[in-house]
Design a protein around this ligand. Structure first.
Ligand code: ADE
Length: 411
């Protein structure tokens, strides 16, 4: 269904008024026009906050084109508004896999100068086809799953251009992954189901930054939280944060709700699905829809029907029912509106600055995965303080000297 332009404009106005860091960058971009003549393509969750990023890049003089990074996460109203502003889009909510792939492929014609990827699907396509690589100054990557793919290309010596790992910038993962996913995953679960979290046994699979956020928020809402992990250091961290830590086989047998945030496939698979209690909710907040095994679910619980938007009931032959939310895709974008706007302000500010960095320096950068330059991370941190009304102290000359001596040290 085509989006509603008027509603899209309102959504865009709402988020732009709440993204002061990105809007500050947009104003500078409009003065300096540092992306003049370049084509920047984004394979992203095309919702209102993403459209604000597109407008910032456009203000810098870029031709901006967007495609969906997930068939279920596009906001058609926001698409209508950003198209009106001159951004080309290939993204429709609920599009077929063919449409989704066509959107991705369209991003390489004409060849882009910079790619902004969320999950590295476009980077993977460039590497598969070798198409468009000549002109590329580089790519930026938004998410953990995409960074994993980039690192694999780097390790095997196949990486074709410099890539900036936005995900691992401090102002990204410590805020977006933790506070963003922490809030938006729960929003998605509650939106889809209208259930109470208090008193539920909630299993959080994965205790990375996103898992920490989801576990903390579920605990705050009164759930009994069980964490599952494969990494012993993270497992002990979860324990010391006060959570129960159990293998998935034990946790699944007690769960009212399982949320996967691991970035790995087959986290909830046949051996766990067989143990689920009647009524258990299954949600994923990791990038790909592989963490909860849909083939195993369909095999073990073959009777299937949609019972609410974003809720599919799977019935076992013994009568037990379990509910898969948002087809096992990112519940926070498919069943809610993605991360809160203040969070995406920081993440997309980093993206905008990283694109500008590639435009300026891409041709001279080594072909590897680069961190966001620390001065850009620090600039976003400084800019973020004001809207939050947070003031901090200036280090004294003595403290600065001490900091130099302690470079690389950890407190
Ligand atoms: N909104 C736009 N991109 C997003 C992302 N990667 N995660 C959550 N919300 C988003």
């Amino acid at each position: 269904m085509p989006g509603n332009l008027e509603v899209g404009r309102q959504k865009l106005d709402w988020v732009r008024a709440r993204m002061p860091v990105l809007e500050g960058i947009r104003a500078r971009f409009a003065r300096e026009r540092s992306l003049e003549g370049l084509t920047v393509v984004g394979v992203l969750h095309v919702e209102a906050k993403t459209c604000a990023l597109a407008l910032a890049l456009q203000a810098a003089g870029a031709r901006v084109r967007l495609a969906a990074s997930n068939p279920l996460t596009t906001d058609d109203d926001a698409v209508a508004a950003v198209r009106e502003a001159g951004v080309e889009t290939h993204a429709v909510r609920g599009e077929s896999l063919e449409q989704f792939r066509a959107g991705l492929a369209a991003m390489l014609e004409p060849a882009p100068d910079v790619i902004v990827d969320d999950g590295a699907d476009l980077v993977a396509l460039v590497h598969e086809r070798g198409q468009g690589r000549g002109k590329l100054r580089g790519s930026t990557e938004e998410t953990t799953a995409g960074v994993t793919r980039l690192r694999a290309l780097e390790r095997s010596g196949e990486l074709l251009f410099p890539a900036i790992n936005v995900n691992d910038a401090t102002m990204k993962h410590q805020f977006d992954n933790r506070f963003g996913t922490g809030q938006s995953a729960i929003e998605g679960i509650v939106n889809a189901t209208n259930v109470l979290i208090a008193g539920k046994v909630a299993v959080v699979a994965g205790y990375g930054w996103a898992g920490r956020g989801v576990a903390a928020r579920l605990h705050g809402l009164g759930a009994e939280v069980i964490v599952t992990e494969v990494d012993p250091a993270r497992a002990i961290e979860a324990r010391m944060d006060g959570f129960q830590v159990r293998p998935m086989r034990e946790a699944a047998a007690r769960a009212d709700l399982i949320v996967t945030v691991t970035g790995r496939p087959g986290v909830v698979r046949a051996e766990h699905i067989a143990l689920l209690r009647d009524g258990c909710l299954l949600a994923n907040a990791g990038h790909f829809d592989v963490e909860i095994s849909k083939p195993d679910l369909a095999r073990l619980a073959p009777q299937r029907r949609t019972v609410r938007p974003n809720v599919e009931e799977y019935r076992f032959p013994d009568g037990r029912r379990v509910y898969l939310l948002a087809e096992g895709r990112l519940v926070n974008l498919a069943a809610a509106q993605g991360h809160p706007v203040e969070i995406m302000d920081l993440s997309f500010a980093l993206q905008a600055l990283s694109v500008e960095h590639l435009a300026r320096h891409g041709p001279s950068l080594a072909i590897r995965v680069h961190p966001v330059p620390p001065e850009l991370d620090a600039a976003v941190a400084r800019a973020a303080l004001a809207p939050f009304g947070v003031a901090i102290d200036d280090p004294t000359p003595e403290q600065l000297k001490y900091a130099e001596l302690w470079q690389g040290g950890t407190t």
